[in-house]
Design a protein around this ligand. Structure first.
Ligand SMILES: [Zn+2]
Length: 288
């Protein structure tokens, strides 16, 4: 749904609230504190008083919209803008687009990213696994990435990120504290079904995967990037999208918040063919 459609479908605050009440409660309010379904409606403000625990609430309690002073229409527009921004959306840009302060825009983006967190099924089939480095001053050239010497090869100022990608399927990625065998195997086991075929490069931390998975490696150090079906090119493509977003749009992403940005890029990638993505995000926004 683009911003014009959002404008048309949700012209007022009341329309947005009505929509959230439908999505969250199927129009039958439930107290978020004691789960009672008996309540008294206030005359104004779309609030309810719970007959069970006497607390008052609205549909936005315990959602990403909780206690916001910003119109819900602006939130809906922000969600639509983020979903349509393939290279990411900076707080500064969002602030201009929906006429809020930069601080408000930043806060909204962090909240919206919460609704992008995916807890999905295990990936299976042919899986590409790879690591990359984000941040820091030096250009992260592929061939330089895996020099001899093991840990710290990305440079101390960069944050390592590990990803797994199912061919023609979904991607999962997260920042990690190091790229040791224990860490990389841990991420792969967390996201990939046993019996899958894992494609990696020759980095030694991937050794030993064959106990649980099939495993093939291309030898980047020998100038080899594709060996039949064995390559990590799809994941490399995702890395470059992620890096362009982080470098171009956010200038400086602190390691602390990096996972939220990664979740955003994974979510957009994984929903690239999802026509109902806006509705899905609204549903997640009120059920987190
Ligand atoms: Zn209650």
């Amino acid at each position: 749904m683009n911003i014009i459609q959002v404008y048309k479908q949700f012209p007022t605050q009341a329309d947005c609230i009505k929509h959230l009440e439908k999505v969250r409660w199927n129009n039958e309010p439930v107290c978020p504190y004691c789960k009672s379904k008996k309540q008294t409606s206030f005359k104004t403000g779309n609030r309810y008083k719970c007959n069970g625990c006497n607390t008052s609430y609205s549909v936005t309690v315990q959602t990403i919209f909780h206690k916001t002073k910003c119109d819900l229409q602006k939130w809906f527009l922000a969600i639509s803008l983020v979903l349509n921004a393939k290279k990411g959306l900076s707080a500064r840009q969002l602030a201009r687009d929906i006429e809020v302060t930069k601080d408000t825009a930043w806060y909204m983006l962090m909240r919206i990213r919460k609704a992008f967190k995916e807890y999905g099924d295990l990936l299976e089939g042919i899986i590409e696994a790879d690591e990359t480095y984000i941040g820091g001053k030096n250009k992260n050239r592929h061939k330089d990435k895996k020099t001899e010497g093991g840990q710290g090869r990305g440079g101390d100022d960069k944050t390592p990120v590990v990803g797994v990608l199912q061919r023609d399927g979904k991607v999962r990625a997260q920042k990690v504290k190091d790229v040791t065998r224990k860490t990389l195997h841990g991420v792969i086991k967390q996201h990939v079904a046993p019996g899958s075929m894992i494609m990696t490069d020759e980095w030694k931390s991937y050794n030993g995967l064959a106990l649980l998975y099939g495993h093939q490696a291309v030898k980047h150090a020998m100038g080899e990037y594709v060996n039949g079906a064995c390559h990590t090119n799809t994941l490399e493509g995702f890395w470059s999208l992620l890096k362009r977003g982080v470098i171009g749009q956010f200038h400086f992403v602190t390691a602390k918040h990096l996972n939220k940005y990664i979740d955003e890029f994974c979510f957009r990638y994984n929903n690239r063919d999802n026509k109902a993505i806006f509705s899905d995000v609204i549903l997640k926004a009120v059920t987190i």
